[in-house]
Design a protein around this ligand. Structure first.
Ligand code: AMP
Ligand code: MG
Length: 439
């Protein structure tokens, strides 16, 4: 990895340049893996492709309760005849069918079904040998028995199509197919799919451990009395929530005072214990003067000015001999969340093995004019909704100060106004990133 944060110098970085440099760090580190049982896999990222060892479903089976029969040889349904434009009256599907047995889910009928005979069948039961078509029970009536055999009558037999209401073996996942690919974050449906293959464990990337702490003499832990000049520590808890939503193991190192003392050892210990270290506060111009030497002693650090709002400045680099990625996020609570979502989240997902991840971006029309400045990306807190026609609309939550955390609570998305754009008029189209971290 050739990038030095300092190589990027003092110039203003674009959001894309910053993200590219950050993601470059992940390339250097290969995540460790572990094998876990199915029930422990939710939220984890697969580190192997899963190839199906079976056909799902295993057997060709009925999709409805009813009867299974073999379509009579040479017989066409009326519909087929019509489709083929034949003038002759079709041979009707026989109305009455003798039942020679039953195929139940879990108890299939194994014998060949004779021509013009049927087997009663339940949903999911294997199609008996020779049968290819299911007629649902709603379309059947009892008919008088013949030769000691139960019989059913098909109402409107002309509506029956060859092969109807049958699920083919392997139609969901065929034997040998790649069912899930490495890099997939496993949700409920993936666990269900793995189980349907009979797979009871999988190799996933090891849980990423992230150490967090807040900085600032004024920053006070909730639950403590608030000093005259104090402010409660919001950032450690919003970070904790964002990290746990990504399935990260959080190491909470509390609050550090505004002094280099203790900083070096705190950073060293954090780097030794975690795969990533995140702090908030203490990186603004002036304050960076005391944090800089501490960070320089423990690693390679750059202070970046990124052309975005909120969110600059940001410190980024590597710590300790382990060269653990480090983010020094701004202190303002909204800036913390925005920079986390834009820069920290993509790196964590990379480290977890989710290589193809991109934030979901939707296009919406602005309900009102939106302020922005050309030359930087503005991330406004927004509320979007769909109107009756399905068109998305978005408005700002109001005051956009980077200390107004209630704007994040009121929002359901970030409105992303690209750098060249000097503002959005009402009715214009704008990009938004829906909040995905809310569980
Ligand atoms: P700083 O970057 O340290 O100058 O902090 C910028 C602003 O964010 C200041 O108003 C700080 O009081 C505030 N701030 C810093 N850390 C926290 C925190 N953990 N929780 C809430 N506000 C904070
Ligand atoms: Mg501070």
């Amino acid at each position: 990895m050739s990038l030095s944060c300092f190589d990027l110098g003092e110039r203003m970085l674009s959001v894309d340049e910053a993200l590219e440099a950050i993601l470059g760090f992940a390339a250097a580190s290969s995540p460790a893996h572990e094998t876990l049982p199915l029930a422990a896999l939710r939220g984890r990222v697969l580190s192997e492709d899963i190839t199906s060892p079976v056909n799902v479903p295993q057997n060709t089976n009925a999709a409805m309760d009813g009867i299974a029969l073999a379509w009579p040889v040479g017989q066409q349904s009326q519909r087929q005849v019509q489709e083929q434009g034949q003038k002759h009256a079709p041979l009707a599907l026989p109305e009455c069918w003798a039942l020679v047995g039953e195929s139940l889910a879990g108890h299939g009928y194994r014998d060949e079904v004779p021509e013009h005979a049927a087997v009663s069948i339940t949903t999911g039961a294997p199609m008996p040998p020779g049968t290819d078509t299911v007629i649902m029970s709603e379309q059947l009536e009892e008919a008088p028995p013949e030769a000691g055999r139960e019989r059913v009558r098909v109402t409107r037999p002309e509506t029956v199509k060859v092969g109807q209401h049958v699920r083919q073996a392997g139609e969901d996942v065929p034997l040998g197919a790649v069912a899930l690919t490495a890099g997939t974050r496993l949700a409920a449906e993936h666990l269900g799919l793995l189980a349907s293959l009979g797979v009871d464990r999988a190799r996933v990337s090891r849980q990423v451990k992230v150490a967090i702490f807040s900085t600032g003499d004024e920053v006070t832990a909730p639950g403590e009395p608030l000093p005259m000049d104090g402010i409660f520590d919001a950032n450690r808890f919003s970070l904790h929530g964002l990290l746990t939503a990504l399935g990260v193991e959080v190491i909470d190192l509390g609050i550090l005072a505004d002094s280099s003392q203790g900083m070096v050892s705190a950073l060293r210990d954090a780097a030794a214990a975690a795969d990533m270290v995140i702090t908030s506060g203490g990186v603004s111009v002036g304050q960076a003067d005391w944090i800089k030497p501490a960070l320089a002693e423990t690693g390679e650090l750059g202070f970046w000015r990124i052309a975005m709002r909120p969110g600059r400045p940001l410190a980024f680099g590597r710590l300790g001999s382990e060269r653990v990625p480090f983010f020094g996020l701004p202190g303002n609570p909204v800036a913390v969340m925005v920079t986390f979502l834009q820069f920290v989240q993509p790196l964590i997902r990379r480290l977890q093995g989710e290589h193809a991840w991109q934030p979901l971006r939707l296009m919406a029309r602005a309900e009102e004019s939106l302020k922005s400045r050309s030359g930087r990306v503005d991330f406004l807190r927004g509320v979007y909704h769909a109107d009756e026609s399905g068109q998305l609309w978005v408005r700002s939550t109001g005051r956009q100060g980077s200390g107004i955390l209630s704007s994040m609570v009121a929002a359901n998305c970030l409105i992303e106004i690209a750098a060249p754009c000097a503002g959005i008029e009402a009715g214009e189209t704008v990009t938004l990133q829906p909040f995905m971290h809310r569980g």
